[in-house]
Ligand binder design. Sequence first.
Ligand code: ATP
Ligand code: MG
Length: 841
Amino acid sequence: MSKPVKADPALDPVVPLLKAIGLSQAKAVEAVKSPKIAAELKDIIEAYSLHTRAEKLDDKQAGLIVALAGQLVKSEPIAEEKRAYVVRKIADAQLKTVDQVTAAAKYVEGHPAPIDDADFDAHCGVGFSITAAELYAQIAKYTTSAGIAGWASLGQVISGVKNIPEFRWANTLEVKNTVEKVFNDTFGAKEAAKPKGKEPKKAAPVKAAETSSADADSASRKSVFEEGFLGQLHKPGENPQIRPEFREQHLAVTGGKVFTRFPPEPNGYLHIGHSKAIFVDFGYAAHHGGKCYLRYDDTNPEKEEAQYFESILEMVRWLGFEPWKITYSSDYFQRLYELAVELIKRDRHMYAIAVEEIKASRGEKSGQLPKACVHRTRPVSESLAEFQKMKDGFYRPKEANLRMKQDLEDGNPQMWDLTAYRVLETPHHRTHDKWKIYPTYDYTHCLVDSFENISHSLCTTEFVASRQSYEWLCDALEVYKPRQSEFGRLNLEGTIMSKRKIHALVQKGHVSGWDDPRLYTLIALRRRGVPPGAIVSFVSTLGVSTATSSIELARFEQVVRHYLEGTAPRLLMVLRPLKVTIENLPEDYLLMVEKPLHPKVAALGTTTIPFTRTLYIDADDFRLEDSKDYFRLAPGKTVGLFQAPHPITCTSYKTDPSSGQVIELICRLENAAEVKKPKAYIQWVAEHAASGSPVRIDETRVFHQLFKSDQPSADFLDDVDSNSLEVVKGAMIETGFWSLAKRALTEARRDGKNRTEKALKDSAQGESSPEDDTPRATSEQLVGNECIRFQGLRVAYFAVDKDARLACLDEADEVDPARKQGDYLVLNRIVSLKEDSGKAA
Ligand code: ATP
Ligand code: MG
């Protein structure tokens, strides 16, 4: 029986010890990844009976013990007495941070026993304390004396403060939070630091987001693939093999290149978590000049549906990646079957009847160690005959399973004779009714990886324990053995991604479908207008490690906002129009104003819009009561209009006699040369039928968080916020919208075509025959209304929804400014301009 090459850290005997001293399971597993540290920890815990102490350590102290072990294995061995000294200082809560423990380990290494208490304390910050108020006062003093002028110097101040000797032992996180507090109080909130009406300073490079997310952000991605988890992966060919010739054969096929695969189960739509796996699988291969398969893992016909296949390919491509080859686990059913027969002949397989029996024999019900199934030792000939009967349809589902003969004494349940084949009666979407038996994930995945010569089988950490059976099976069959490496899943807080739960939301009508823009499926994010490059940028900035990351929605939105800031053209838009009549202009007054589409990105070009006697401003920019810190419109007040040559002053207003609501403002156009420069500028659009101004929007959909709580739980259906979709009717935008829309679609079509031609040329996709139902790359997959994105100046970022009808964009050249009949304009708010304006746009 082959033994695992490397033990699973979760099964390390030190893990329970670490849990006994207060560490969580996850941290304990993480801590024992290095055998040296694990051994040191075991020694420390047992030597000082930390696990049986009357006064338990808390999790922080337990973490410090781990930090100490990490330090000790790095340095020269030290006297027992010195080690005991540091452990006691941790247990007595005198050393409180990792920083201090590091200093302590260094100190005792360099000083003879017995340790001088006072000197040790002084060197390691024992007894250091500072109140929040003192810290605040000191940082405020530092900020002033160093002449700090704003948020741009945040990093400088944090490191500056940490370098002051008195702050040597202050907790870094506390320092950072306090510096932020001081800055907030001194310079105002970080976002609001930009004066209203002025444009943000930083300009990101313009990118046609539809096409080039694969090469956007290349600098930060480079480091993701070269550092940390991905940086430490083996080189092709370095993965151990049971026979040396497997390595040679593998390298001969791959040419020593990286080969990866993205293996979704086609049983649902992809969500944002999958974008991490896509980024890792495709990105890692691309970064190393290798190839990545899109492999549909279709071994469970009961759950698969045709609609998912197309969508999965579409989303991979939308994110900017191209599969080298599209395959299916079902492509290999025959070969997998033959290997199963082979394995029975090698006496490695066994046969069992009834699933209940498996559970009992695996000990899952009783919590016992597994018992061998009665059929475990049946002769090969009998097993072969039974397997044949399974294949021939002699058994109904659950009546018979084929199980592997693994190692029932192994501590890893993944070694307890896993099922390799089960009987299913549902026809398969590709092999139809050819098979009555279907291979399991555990049996299929490693073998198909082997067939496809995968060099790096990257998956998420829930498969750590499966690695042992993965390797066991490849070795049992004596085939090339890829190396599986596991990274942490990406989760978003405040939303749900489970297929079952989204299905329930759709079924119960809480959302309009799987692509409802309040969801975090990729089709929903796409429809909402989130640029694929922003998603890739989000995933790459989070980095890849073995830890699961739980990220707040706000953080995701911040990345999207930042991405759009430098790429989205800006248009004048009023969400809730309020009519303004400029009393001192003639009825037929017309001034054409040319304005840039982006203040920093000249390449985005300009638009020309009319300015006339009748304008619309946003109702939010007018109030009846004036106040000292209010700079927009009120009776008697003057305000600037973006891009218009002169400011206006409100002289009077009209109200609706029944509701009392203000329905129109009467304003005077001032002469800019004669009045003070306005303190605020607001957006506007003008009425001018001949230029088709303004463009009237039928529906503007503003999305709020779907769930009321930030942690939608088991009863998530009750947690749905029925006000999470806000529909605003009658918003208006400037006429620049049409040329922008036309251009965005034309460019998306052109880029989609170029990319697709190249993809088909470079990949093995061209090989599939026309009758084959395998989805193929098409340029249409890359083009949708969501390509039309812009910032409504001072409002939010928007994209056109798929429900919109834009017949007039089909015109050959210029768009007819007068709206065509039948057109229907629907916008989606991608994201607000600022985090705190989340509630209403
Ligand atoms: P779910 O259960 O969330 O629908 P899944 O794991 O069943 O997801 P698969 O289709 O099996 O989805 O996943 C394909 C690949 O995507 C796998 O390699 C899986 O590890 C990875 N993946 C799935 N969810 C995430 C996530 N949240 N973060 C990172 N990778 C993920
Ligand atoms: Mg799955």
